[in-house]
Ligand binder design. Structure first.
Ligand code: FES
Length: 271
């Protein structure tokens, strides 16, 4: 199996927006045209020592400008190499990969976006697209200490709440579930919640939302460890419920997060 959509993109900007968090804007007209919120790109390192591509969520795509934006955590050799790129550098990417977020369960009904750390990046892309369709959006964002992308979310017309693990003058200290609870956000039957972040956060969020209202639709984007990023290596499998057998037991199958996801209905995920 080979990747189909490989492009050479030109770096337009690459800046640190919080400690160890970088935002890169690249010119990639063919890729920006078709990108959807929830999809990701593979970035290929230049160094021969680094074989595997780095999967990174799409934070924004501007069709008119022909640009893609990614926000990434500098946590290893691959992202360190990426962080040192400057305007005019060329990087090899494949895009778009994975399946994006489905449309809200009920058009026009309120939407709750929840992002943890760099999981906030796809929420910004989704917020912009949903706001353009007239959705009423509340965004709950969680960070270790230094928030990022929150002003952009406000700019996209989202009521934006910020939580951090460590005290910060602009945020509430706690996790995203605490923040939802303390702000008395009560999801209705017709609401759709979209979330991206570390799996423990998604698990507790899904548990909380479904305990508040089991009719609320919850879509989660899983941040599984990946190898190839396009379905060839089986390095990213997760258990997904696909239905019931005749005795009423769950049928559970292995799905590839990179190819079958990364977005799944929270109800189907075996937490
Ligand atoms: Fe290789 Fe998903 S990362 S199959």
């Amino acid at each position: 199996m080979a990747e189909k959509f490989i492009y050479e993109a030109e770096v337009l900007a690459n800046e640190e927006i919080a400690p160890h968090i970088m935002k890169m804007t690249m010119s990639a007209p063919d890729a920006s045209d078709v990108a959807l919120p929830g999809q990701f790109i593979n970035v290929y390192p230049k160094s021969d020592k680094l074989i595997l591509p780095r999967p990174i969520s799409i934070c924004d795509a501007d069709v008119e400008e022909g640009t893609l934006v990614i926000v990434y955590d500098v946590i290893g050799a691959g992202t360190d190499e990426l962080s040192r790129m400057t305007r005019g550098d060329i990087i090899k990417i494949s895009s778009p990969l994975g399946n994006g977020f489905p449309a809200p369960a009920v058009p026009g009904a309120p939407v709750l976006l929840v992002g943890g750390g760099v999981g906030t990046a796809p929420m910004l892309f989704l917020a912009k697209r949903l706001a353009a369709q007239g959705s009423r959006i509340t965004a709950v964002t969680g960070f270790r200490k230094d928030p990022f992308l929150t002003e952009e979310l406000r700019h996209a017309d989202c009521r934006t709440l910020v939580t951090t693990d460590m005290p910060n003058e602009h945020s509430f200290v706690g996790n995203v579930v605490d923040c939802i609870e303390i702000n008395q956000i009560e999801p209705g039957d017709d609401w759709t919640c979209y979330a991206c972040g570390p799996r423990p956060m998604l698990k507790s969020l899904y548990g909380y939302i479904s305990s508040m209202n089991e009719k609320t639709t919850v879509f989660v984007s899983l941040e599984e460890r990946m190898g190839c990023g396009y379905g060839a290596c089986v390095g990213c499998v997760t258990d997904i419920r696909t239905g019931k057998d005749i005795e009423g037991n769950d049928i559970i199958k292995k799905y590839k997060v990179c190819k079958d996801g990364p977005v799944f209905n929270g109800k189907a995920v075996v937490w």
